[in-house]
Design a binder for this molecule. Structure first.
Ligand code: SF4
Length: 958
């Protein structure tokens, strides 16, 4: 067994409270009713040999190694599938059992190549280990057996016979080593929920097959790696293990991609990362992962990564590599010069939702204490700022109400404007598992996302609403609930303001909010709206999960409020299985908001105008703080174009690619005198930068991330920063160069300051997190172990507040020139603007953004699948290739935004949410027409990007 491998013990114990006492090999053991004999034996310290059992999947009982004898019963049942019984007397090591196990193992080994010494799994192979455990010395039948040769479908009826499948970039499939234990197949079904693998054939002819004789890369496999993790031999092996060798030590850390916040063991050999193994004790992911977290870490050593600071006088000059000292002195001098020349508020900064809480806290502190203004904003501005506003107004706190475990108790799942299978894949797997067990599903989305209809799942109601009509449709759901008397009066009277409810109820009951009126407006069948509302109100525990399809609208905040109204009206708040759950996009978008990244809020969502709050920081930081909110990102860019905003520090964010109306962003950046980009790569924003400060990856630093369920997870340093400094050290050095008296020795000291000044973090420290694994805020004296479920006995604001949600159509309208509506989203293998994932083998699954268009709309325009098309809006145009699909409704087109040579945001408008300025990415009126290929700016862009990267790489190499 390898040094870092965990031992699995089969079916986990039941949660039943009733206890059963039995005897195993003479030892008395008491376990909950329903526990398997294998698990009970493990409790008594007795390990029964096994091959097909693992705690990843349900017991299967096929390998015939874990047999036991039971007094008074005939035969030798499998211990993994046989439950305990009171007074049962079990024997696990009789002579008969030993003979059977050796015989079974002999057959396995005869069907397996004897290449242990050269095998990648040597030392980490369960077959090898168990052969030793059962005492197998000789094999009478030779070692040829059947090699379970892999068949690849080469056409209609032709099959190629292949020794190995190496098609997946991250793992190999060597069927000759397979013992057909089905662990991989079961992991794909039970853990991931994709059902991509099957066992075909019988006996010695049986083999694992991805799809119908497909290569892994061509099959439905999503490369989550659960099969690789489940495999007890080297049949499915990480290519990195084959290349580097077995890992020797490991560090537990947190994925830096999405807001699920999966925990991983980063397994190392020396100082080289061998593999990322999902951590079974990780409370967000429970041992599962997706292709990004498990495999897509190659960007950290990509050749395009910039490792040395660079400066240039003008953005048209080539970059000049300099020392850290010169770069930071130059930056500090420039910022001070600009403030002297243009005023205190002429500079600002943007924090990163990719960086740690500690790093984000330091950036906002630099701006408030050092720049002496509140010109700080974060990328949450362009994603979940309406969540902060909407939930803050209705519940009193700006975060999701549940933990991920809550889904286990949900009876009706409502997904609004979110595509969890692609954007939050590990949580989606848990959601799908619950749906396969019988929970009902309602989806509000213009697209038929994967979860609407997938393996063994079919949504009861899919409302393919027209982009921009969320408020109307969610209010129509409330209309049905109110007019049909389906609301939870007892809950509302106890927990909410009854007068406000009555006012709201009279509003939603108006005829203009009826499904019949709204259905016409939103292109949705009114009966579907009625059915969905009835199911949600009467189907048991109802939980709402939503994403950027809710927030990135001109009425994003209104929809969040409408969702909160719906949850309160049906009493679906304050217990497991219910709640309002924003699926946060980036790994630390929750944390960056918590840490005071908004221009009007200090850490912990406390308004800058509050004297008592400012007092806390003023006495600690020794400066007078500005009591006026600062500029949001769009306001900074407007002010730059107007000439009053001149300097910007951007940490870990590519606003040129991620923010709306690219031309306006470029104009704003071009008007500034000192743009400082602190990142891993020369991103698109760096085209307008005067200083480039190289960033560090999550593998190279200590800190914490806060995921979508408010869970504060530790990020632990796995290797030294390749650029020399972790990001928190860079910000600290810049602050020191600007004359601030900072002296943090370790990020834990930054967290201590956060805990000291932020009530919801009062009990959090690195030591406490190491002890607890992770905690969900609030974590303080009142909730020392954190708060998995919020608003249990009362809302944070006191009484829950119902607010009217008037539907106001967006100003972005279709018409003869722009008859289609464009909406945008993500794909599983890529992440956001793709800066990391495009620099990994994940490009094999998604090498370009495509435009999804309905067959009718394509036919009307004479377009065929794969054709180049021109996508035009009032803001601009781009070209990309068409993907014809009925996943989108007629009149709606859809694309991802992962590739800078497409730049979907050239198309999007500058309309934004009325409350928070969150851009309206999800509704753009467009026209689509045939094209001969990339437009001129795209060709120019490619050339420019290649040149700037070439210069930087060459200079860095010199
Ligand atoms: Fe990372 Fe999100 Fe995938 Fe988990 S689900 S491994 S956090 S990208």
């Amino acid at each position: 067994m390898g040094l870092v491998q965990e031992i699995d013990y089969g079916t986990p114990a039941s949660t039943s409270e009733k206890q059963v006492t039995l005897t195993v090999d003479g030892f008395s053991v008491t376990v909950p009713e329903g526990t398997s004999i294998m698990r009970a034996s493990m409790e008594a310290g007795i390990a029964i040999p096994k091959l097909c059992a693992t705690d990843m999947v349900d017991a299967f009982g096929s390998c015939r190694l874990c047999l036991v004898e039971i007094d008074g019963r005939n035969g030798t049942p499998s211990s993994c599938t046989t439950p305990v019984a009171p007074g049962m007397v079990v024997h696990t090591q009789t002579g008969r059992l030993k003979d059977i196990r050796r015989g079974v193992m002999e057959l396995y080994i005869s069907d397996h190549p004897l290449d242990c010494l050269t095998c990648a799994a040597n030392g980490d192979c369960e077959l090898q280990t168990q052969a030793g455990v059962v005492g197998l010395r000789d094999v009478r039948y030779g070692y040829e057996g059947d090699n379970h040769v892999f068949k690849k479908n080469d056409g209609a009826e032709n099959f190629k016979w292949m020794a190995k499948d190496e098609s997946n970039p991250y793992f190999t499939y060597d069927p000759s080593k397979c013992i057909v234990c089905s662990r991989c197949v079961r992991a794909c079904e039970e853990v991931q929920g994709t059902f991509a693998l099957t066992i075909e054939g019988r006996g010695f002819d049986s083999r694992v097959s991805p799809g119908m004789h497909q290569l892994f890369i061509d099959s439905e496999c999503v490369s989550c790696g659960a099969c690789v993790q489940a495999c007890p031999t080297a049949t499915l092996s990480e290519k990195s293990v084959i290349k580097i060798g077995q890992p020797e030590h490991s560090v537990v850390t947190t994925c830096a991609y999405c807001g699920v916040g999966c925990s991983f063991k980063a397994e190392m050999r020396g100082d080289e990362l061998v593999r990322m193994v999902p951590y079974k004790d990780g409370k967000a992911n429970r041992g599962h992962s997706c292709v990004k977290g498990r495999f897509a870490y190659g960007y950290s050593t990509h050749k395009e990564r910039i490792l040395n600071p660079m400066i240039r006088e003008k953005v048209t000059d080539p970059w000049r590599e300099v020392s850290w000292e010169e770069a930071l002195t130059h930056t500090a001098n420039e910022f001070r010069r600009i403030q002297y020349q243009y005023g205190r508020t002429s500079i600002g900064g943007i924090t990163s939702s990719r960086c740690t809480n500690e790093e984000t806290y330091l950036v906002q502190k630099l701006i408030r204490q050092g720049f002496r203004n509140n010109n700080v904003d974060t990328c949450a501005r362009v994603c979940h700022s309406p969540t902060g506003y909407g939930l803050g107004q209705t519940f009193g706190t700006s975060a999701g109400t549940q933990d991920f475990d809550s889904i286990e108790k949900t009876d009706v799942v409502m997904i609004i404007g979110a595509n969890p299978t692609d954007a939050h894949p590990v949580f989606a797997s848990r959601m799908k598992k619950r749906l396969r067990k019988g929970a009902k599903l309602i989806v509000l989305d213009p697209r038929r996302t994967d979860i609407v209809r997938s393996a063994h799942i079919e949504a009861q109601h899919h409302l393919p609403l027209k982009p921009g009509t969320n408020v109307a449709v969610v209010t129509a759901l409330a209309h049905v609930i109110v007019t049909e008397g389906l609301f939870d009066e007892a809950f509302i009277r106890e927990r909410c303001d009854w007068d406000e409810f009555q006012d709201w109820a009279s509003f939603v009951a108006l005829p203009e909010n009826s499904p019949e009126v709204v259905g016409q407006l939103a292109n949705v069948d009114p009966e579907e709206i009625r059915g969905a509302a009835r199911l949600f109100a009467t189907g048991g525990n109802g939980a709402i999960y939503y994403g950027l399809g809710v927030t990135e609208h001109s009425q994003g905040s209104t929809t969040v409020i409408a969702i909160a109204n719906l949850a309160m009206a049906t009493g679906n708040i304050g217990r497991p299985g219910v709640g309002v759950n924003p699926l946060r996009g980036q790994n630390n978008v929750q944390g960056s908001c918590d840490m005071g990244s908004f221009p009007h809020e200090l850490p912990g969502y406390r308004h800058v105008s509050g004297d008592a709050v400012r007092d806390i920081y003023e006495s600690l930081w020794g400066v007078k703080l500005d009591d006026e909110p600062g500029l949001r990102i769009p306001n900074m860019l407007d002010a730059a174009v107007d000439g009053s905003f001149k300097g910007l520090y951007v940490q870990g964010e590519d606003i040129l690619q991620s923010d709306p109306d690219t031309k306006h962003v470029a104009a704003g950046l071009a008007a500034m005198e000192c743009v400082v980009v602190h990142d891993l790569f020369l991103n698109e924003t760096a085209n307008y930068a005067h200083v480039f400060l190289p960033g560090s990856t999550f593998l190279e630093k200590d800190g914490t991330f806060t995921n979508a369920e408010r869970r504060i997870n530790r990020v632990r340093k796995v290797m030294a920063p390749k650029n020399g400094l972790a990001d928190w050290e860079v910000t600290q050095k810049l602050a020191q160069t600007m004359g601030l008296d900072w002296n943090y020795q370790h990020p834990s000291e930054i967290m201590d300051e956060i805990a000291k000044t932020t009530p919801s973090f009062a009990k959090v420290s690195f030591d406490y997190l190491d002890k607890m694994g992770s905690v969900q805020w609030p974590c303080n004296e009142q909730a020392p172990e954190g708060t998995p479920i919020m608003h249990i006995s009362g809302f944070v604001r006191g009484k829950g507040k119902f607010i009217r949600t008037e539907y106001v159509a967006t100003d972005e309208r279709t018409g003869p020139r722009f008859p289609l509506l464009l909406t945008t989203g993500r794909i599983l293998s890529q992440y956001n603007v793709g800066a990391q994932t495009r620099r990994t083998d994940n490009v094999m699954w998604h090498s370009e953004d495509r435009l999804e268009i309905h067959p009718h709309d394509a036919e009307n325009r004479g377009l065929r699948d794969g054709d180049w098309v021109r996508l035009t809006s009032r803001s601009g145009e781009t070209t990309l290739r068409a993907l014809i699909t009925d996943k989108v409704s007629p009149g709606v087109v859809y694309t991802t935004f992962h590739h800078p040579d497409t730049q979907a945001n050239v198309i999007t408008t500058d309309f934004s949410d009325w409350a928070t300025n969150c851009p309206e990415y999800k509704v753009t009126a467009v026209q689509v027409g045939a094209s001969n290929g990339p437009s001129e700016w795209q060709l120019d862009y490619d050339e420019q990007a290649r040149n700037s990267r070439r210069i930087a790489t060459l200079e860095a190499a010199e």
